[in-house]
Structures are given as C-alpha cells and as structure tokens.
Write a protein that binds this ligand. Structure first.
Ligand code: ZN
Length: 269
C-alpha cells in the first residue's frame, strides 16, 4: 500500500485534514473492511468471516492497495470447511479471481458432489465476478471427471464374476443388456444393466464416489431384481459390494484429474 504513488502535494489553498500533524489519507472502505485487512497483518489479530461476501470485499480492497500478503493469507480462510464444504462454487470463483490455486483446486473437487448447472444459482454473486474462462474451465473439469468416473466401470478390480447379475441364468434368459465390462462387451441382467446406465448418467452430472454410494439410486433396480427367483436373495448384498468397490475407484480416478488453471490472464474482479 505504501509503495503506491502518492497524490500530488495538496495546494496551500486546500485545507488538507491532519491529525497530530500527520496528513489524513481518506479511504473509501469502511472500518469493517479495514478490520478484516488488518486481521491478516497483525500477529494474533482475529480474522473471522461469517460469509464469503465479507471476505470478497476485503480481498477487493487488499487488491486495490496491492496487499498481496493479505490476498495470500485469505486462501486459508477460503479453505475453511464452513466455506469449502457449504459454498464450493463461491470459493472457486473467488479463488480464481485472485489466482489462489490451492483453494480453487480444492473447491472444484468439492463442487463435484452437486450438478454444476443446478449449483450456479447458489453462488451467483461470487460467480458474477469470475472470468468466463474460469467458469468454462470448471465445466471442462466436470466433463473430464465424468469421463474418468464412467470409464472406471470397465475396470476388472471392481467386478466379481460371482455377482448375481453376471451369474443369473433366470432373468437374463429373457432380457439382457450388453455392458462394457472386463474390457469387452459383457451380458448382464437387465435390472443391473439399467442401474449401471443410470449410475453412469448421474456420474456425468456428479462425478464423485458419493454419487455411487447413494443407495437411493440402486433402490428401484433392486426392487426389480426381487422379481427374479435367482437374483432376489443376493442382489442387495452384491450391489452393496459393487458400490463400495466402484465408489472408491471413482474417487481415485477423479482425484487424478487436474483442474486446468490457465496461464497469466488477469483477475476477473
Ligand atoms: Zn435374475
């Protein structure tokens, strides 16, 4: 702030305000904003923020006065669970605006638990200050994660040849679905094939292990499985075993996708 160029010397005709002989520098920001800024500067000072909007105002002021240390210090606040868990898109938008990469990556990863389009309205204020390129990169990240999550269904390690949908000769005699399993086209019972397709569709919207762990997705298909005398006894147990293995693999696959942060574009604030 003190490295910024000083205004020209005030003409003598202008009665500049002084206090204790020191020139008073008028600032546009209110005392709450300055308290927020000083909280990052003075050791031991408290710097608690109730909401992202207040933090965003402090960051805007810190940027105006060239206080890079304050901006960097705010990254830890952005990554607090109360913000990262509850408002990941808001954190992402602010983090991208000030090129806080760790916070942006964590927020993008956390945001995967909700469909992106459905979540935009919840963080519209923060996203309004975000460059379109940053929003585009988040859409691209979702798409990449979705592709990886769906591709993981083909991995041998999550399938057990004894699973009832691979083993049933009763309902699969009437209707079966061909799925890409074991690196080839593989016949499965219709109820499980329909479940897997539904799961893949939802994984494109919410590419994370929690989507797989959502038992409510499997419930209607397990109900259908009860119509088969062979599947009914084992379907639930086998599906739960599959869910555990697939969910972990989806989390691993998604964790390997890196959010592209762009190069040296300016902040969108
Ligand atoms: Zn069956």
């Amino acid at each position: 702030m003190f490295e910024l160029p000083s205004p020209p010397e005030a003409p003598a005709t202008i009665n500049a305000e002084r206090k204790d002989g020191i020139l008073v520098l008028p600032v546009a920001e209110d005392s709450q904003t300055w308290a927020g800024i000083l909280g990052f500067i003075f050791p031991g000072a408290t710097r608690s923020f109730d909401d992202l909007k207040t933090l965003q105002v402090v960051l805007r002021a810190a940027d105006k006065y060239g206080m890079d240390a304050v901006i960097k210090g705010a990254e830890g606040v952005l990554m607090l669970p109360k913000f990262l868990e509850e408002h990941p898109l808001g954190v992402y938008a602010i983090a991208c605006s000030y090129r806080l990469e760790a916070a942006a990556r964590s927020a993008a990863r956390r945001s995967l638990r909700k469909p992106l389009l459905g979540s935009v309205g919840e963080s519209s204020v923060e996203l309004a200050g975000c460059l379109g390129a940053a929003v585009y990169r988040l859409f691209a990240y979702y798409a990449q994660c979705g592709d990886k999550a769906v591709a993981a269904l083909d991995e041998n390690e999550i399938h057990n040849l004894d699973s009832v949908w691979l083993d049933c000769d009763t309902c699969s005699n009437e209707d079966e679905i061909i799925m890409p399993l074991f690196q080839r086209d593989y016949p499965v019972t219709q109820w499980w094939g329909a479940y897997a397709r539904r799961l893949c569709h939802l994984l494109k919207e919410r590419p994370c292990g929690d989507t797989v762990r959502d038992l409510s997705i499997a419930s209607p298909f397990l109900k259908i499985a009860r119509n088969c005398s062979y599947c009914e006894d084992r379907a639930e147990e086998d599906v739960i075993e599959f869910i555990q293995a697939y969910a972990d693999l989806v989390d691993k696959a998604v964790s390997e996708v890196e959010l592209y942060m762009g190069k040296s574009e300016g902040p969108g604030r």
